[in-house]
Design a protein around this ligand. Structure first.
Ligand code: 5GP
Ligand code: ZN
Length: 114
């Protein structure tokens, strides 16, 4: 259920270091290496799936756990406002093809995104 060429699978097993902020049965969460907000945490499933749609289809419990973890991270930072982003597909700026939600908080944000 992991991909030996996947950056986030390597973070999951500890082969690449990351600043881990939360762990659960189905997920881990770590700080983004290039933060775009005072809080910028990536929540990923332990299971290797390329995006949130395929995770929801393959393992709904893991997808729900990911959403709950995102809220828990946001609850612990900022004022309760947060943005949860799933870039899905190369044209949507996805660069790592292991499902991840970006939890962004701690500053005002504009809409629409670029
Ligand atoms: P995407 O563009 O796929 O939605 O997001 C990938 C995210 O992973 C980017 O925000 C990028 O900064 C982050 N990232 C890429 N490589 C690493 C890494 O080695 N460690 C951490 N912590 N984050 C990374
Ligand atoms: Zn992976």
């Amino acid at each position: 259920m992991s991909d030996t060429d996947c950056l986030f699978c390597k973070i999951l097993v500890g082969d690449i270091p990351a600043e881990i902020v939360r762990e659960s049965e189905h997920t881990i969460a770590f700080k983004d290496i290039n933060p775009e907000a005072p809080t910028h945490v990536l929540v990923i499933p332990r299971r290797h799936e390329p995006d949130i749609g395929s995770l929801a289809a393959a393992d709904p419990d893991a997808a729900i756990a990911l959403l709950n973890e995102a809220k828990a991270i946001a609850d612990g930072s900022g004022n309760g406002s947060y943005r949860l982003v799933f870039n899905t597909g190369a044209d949507a700026s996805q660069t790592v093809f292991h499902c991840h939600g970006h939890v962004l908080a701690g500053r005002s944000m504009t809409w629409p995104p670029g």
